[in-house]
Design a protein around this ligand. Structure first.
Ligand SMILES: *[C@@H]1O[C@H](CO)[C@@H](O)[C@H](O)[C@H]1NC(C)=O
Ligand SMILES: *[C@@H]1O[C@H](CO)[C@@H](O)[C@H](O)[C@H]1NC(C)=O
Ligand SMILES: *[C@@H]1O[C@H](CO)[C@@H](O)[C@H](O)[C@H]1NC(C)=O
Ligand SMILES: *[C@@H]1O[C@H](CO)[C@@H](O)[C@H](O)[C@H]1NC(C)=O
Ligand SMILES: *[C@@H]1O[C@H](CO)[C@@H](O)[C@H](O)[C@H]1NC(C)=O
Length: 361
């Protein structure tokens, strides 16, 4: 019996019950009813198991999938990476049910806010939904930085706000200024029912792809600063926004967590490997030899200071095990590119969404 009931509170009260009451209590568990309360178990500790009933969709049945994530179309020959299911140690996840999701979300909106990893998860969710209800009408529109995928008959909107730092970058006389204490972009988040935030991958950008010239903290404008400190300051600004603006009765807030990259084989006992190319299997077990990226501790510290409820989709550990899940040479750049940061679809972000589903339902 690997249910969440195996805990001190249960054994403490067990001694007070007679045997028949105990049997009655255990009956639903013996009947295999363990998944019912996944949201109360630690869904993030577990292992990957091969399950031939996966993937949840074929990427070919997702007509709007972006080339960047569509590894199979781009020629990736192995498909075992699509057949892994995440098995938490303490409970079973309820399998994603698109109809149940659409009914629950009727008239509601869910918005992912963040960088291309948010786009990866947004696209995963739209494919998971569309492939289950292929005849349901949908409409994709884009208004400035916000992409809106609506299931018109259900009134469900699945949105994406591209915003890589959450805080603002403003054009001023001196150039582009990243303002760690300013969060005007939040205007777009008002009135959304479910918000899933993410930022991290752009904090270490330098050189031509760094999208700012100066960084402003308090009243000081600098050419550069410790990026980890800047990241934490921005998360603090965002956390204050959550505390000042979110009504938990109306809006549920999630943070997507730190999605890991795989460019250093020393982290998984293949010191020669400089990328994820040719990786066809996840790591077995539950622990990644290379440990956690330092950004995780910074994120958790920032989240712990927020008073309003924010759920962390703590996907780092489970994704670290999936060195096989990235596009590598089957992404946007093709054979000349090497993408070990994003994830193939179908693939790992489907599991992030399956866990999100288990929280929401
Ligand atoms: C799961 O837990 C919630 C909250 O404690 C409770 O309301 C619900 O009845 C539980 N569901 C099942 C099937 O045990
Ligand atoms: C993730 O792994 C680290 C060790 O690598 C461990 O300390 C931490 O508790 C794990 N987190 C979860 C949610 O399993
Ligand atoms: C698609 O969405 C846009 C914006 O939400 C709306 O203006 C338009 O009427 C929709 N089109 C259809 C066919 O539903
Ligand atoms: C920034 O400058 C203003 C006006 O000069 C001052 O009132 C404020 O205290 C300063 N804030 C910080 C954080 O130093
Ligand atoms: C690769 O990972 C190993 C083990 O975690 C570490 O010692 C090394 O510094 C890393 N190399 C690079 C280039 O980051």
């Amino acid at each position: 019996m690997d249910g969440f009931w195996v805990g001190s509170s249960f054994s403490a009260s067990a001694s007070l019950l007679n045997i028949s009451a105990l049997l009655l209590l255990l009956l639903p568990l013996v009947m295999g009813n363990v998944e019912a309360n996944a949201s109360e178990c630690d869904m993030f500790t577990g292992r990957w198991v091969l399950d031939q009933s996966y993937p949840l969709y074929d990427s070919a049945s997702c007509p709007f999938i972006e080339r960047e994530f569509s590894c199979k179309k781009n020629g990736r020959p192995d498909l075992e990476y699509t057949r892994y299911r995440w098995q938490p140690r303490e409970c079973n996840l309820a399998r994603f049910n698109a109809l149940k999701f659409l009914k629950k979300f009727r008239g509601k909106s869910i918005m992912f806010v963040g960088d291309s990893l948010s786009r990866n998860q947004w696209q995963s969710l739209t494919c998971m939904l569309h492939s289950s209800v292929p005849n349901a009408k949908y409409n994709i529109t884009r208004v400035e930085d916000v992409s809106i995928f609506s299931f018109t008959n259900y009134g469900v909107k699945v949105m994406l706000d591209r915003n890589v730092y959450l805080v603002d970058t403003v054009m001023e006389k001196i150039g582009r200024v990243l303002k760690l204490d300013s969060i005007e972009g939040s205007k777009l988040w008002k009135g959304i029912d479910f918000l899933v935030f993410n930022t991290w991958h752009w904090w270490n950008r330098r050189g031509p792809t760094q999208p700012w010239d100066y960084i402003q903290i308090g009243n000081t404008t600098l050419k550069d600063m410790d990026r980890m400190v800047a990241f934490e300051r921005a998360l603090t600004t965002w956390g204050k926004w959550v505390d000042a603006n979110i009504d938990p009765a109306k809006t549920m807030v999630f943070f997507q967590g730190i999605s890991p990259s795989h460019y250093n084989g020393s982290e998984w006992y293949e010191p020669g490997a400089k990328s994820c190319v040719q990786q066809k299997q996840p790591l077995s077990g539950s622990t990644y030899p290379g440990g956690l990226p330092p950004a995780v501790a910074v994120l958790k510290r920032a989240l712990s200071k927020i008073k309003k409820p924010v759920k962390l989709l703590d996907v780092t550990n489970l994704s670290l095990l999936r060195k096989d899940g990235h596009p590598s040479i089957y992404g946007l750049g093709g054979r000349t590119g090497m993408d070990c940061s994003h994830w193939c679809l179908a693939g790992v972000p489907d599991t992030w969404n399956e866990i999100l589903y288990n929280f929401i339902l």
